[in-house]
Design a protein around this ligand. Sequence first.
Ligand SMILES: [Fe+2]
Length: 466
Amino acid sequence: MDNRYLQGNFAPVTDEVTAFDLPVSGTIPDHLDGRYLRIGPNPRLDGPGAVDPDGYHWFIGAGMAHGLRIADGSARWYRNRWVRPEGDELAPNTNIVQHGGRTMALVEAGSPPYELTDELETVGRCGFAGDLAAGYTAHPHEDPTTGELHALSYSWTRGNRVDYSVLDTAGRLRHQVEVEVHGSPMMHDFALTEHYVVIYDLPVTFDIDMVAGKMPRPLRLPARLALNRVIGRNPLPDALVGAMARGNGAPSQLPYSWDDDYPARIGLLPREGNSADVRWFEIDPCYVFHTLNAYEDGDEVVIDAVRHERMFATEFTGPYEGLSSLVRFTVDTVAGKVREHRYDEHAQEFPRHDERLTGQRHRFGWSVGLDGPAPGDSVLKHDVVGATTLARPLGAGKEVGEFCFVPHADDAAEDSGVVMGYVHDRVTGLSDLVLLDAETLEDVAAVHLPVRVPAGFHGNWAPTAS
Ligand SMILES: [Fe+2]
């Protein structure tokens, strides 16, 4: 077995742990009162639901949530818990957010959002899940001016239809509209601006052969390509969906791959508009998992995002087709064109911004520097106005996960705060929650865990309700 996504710190942990009063180096700012939540795949390697180690894709491991409670300058507890879904649903593994006072575990294109308790025990499907069209997103964006949660969701069962939805501050579905895209793309993230929902319609698309356990698209016959294109534009019949879902239990492969024939487009959906109102703008072929932030500047829409040359074209166990970079897409809505600017040479992923500025003009962003496929080895701070990038390597033998920004106060300046995330030490086999000064990237504090937190996906600060 040589699947790198089951080795080293990608390997799952076997135990659910509860640890109290954790040792801290440095000083945790007194005003931090909440939980640092993070989630990732933690597949079972034997027994019921065990994954096939050869075909296992990092994106399809059953989700485990990790939480660290911080208050009064101390680290009161750490807990890790599997998300326990109903029936055969995949345990959400991609993002964990707090909205409307609820902790939600999220995955895209399949299982609905699951609610967890403050101590990470699974409550069940979120109440609004029954109102959604199939699937939800792992990357909803909260509008800081209204507190509403915006999402762009897709499911391979829905052909070329995706859904834009808005949850109100109580977590009820306020708005949902269906949008037609070119085919059946993987749509991991989107962006929000003052007036628009920014849609990435890009060439990683549903590949029925991967569901059927056959060779992925790049290796198969042209006739299969044609069939896939038909399927990609039409909702699948319920009987077929049922048969595919029953298959061999949880899918062992991610059913998406690169499609050279698929156009790459950015769409602008007016927030209160419908499918017919979307304006589409062609860009060079690429894939985008994550937006840093986006905003409007006169007749232009500015989108900072991490761009991959291609995705799932030759590598089918995880997201790596070469180095990815931070770029700015500038959509000129008058000329109908998109300009693309690459910021610098750093390979990176997991871009984040100060979420008080979602959809509004930002100056700073933070991401994880990579020297190959994830995990990373450094934290980067970008000043997109000054056109500079500050890099903070975390040291030899250290593996860096996503870092998120937490301001020092509601009215603090844009980079006045901390960034926090897990750092794994290959020598000790343990992990720390590391807090860096968001302005300088110098050490603020580290919480030392008695265990390791496997390399995973997204984490967020969930402040205690006041
Ligand atoms: Fe993501």
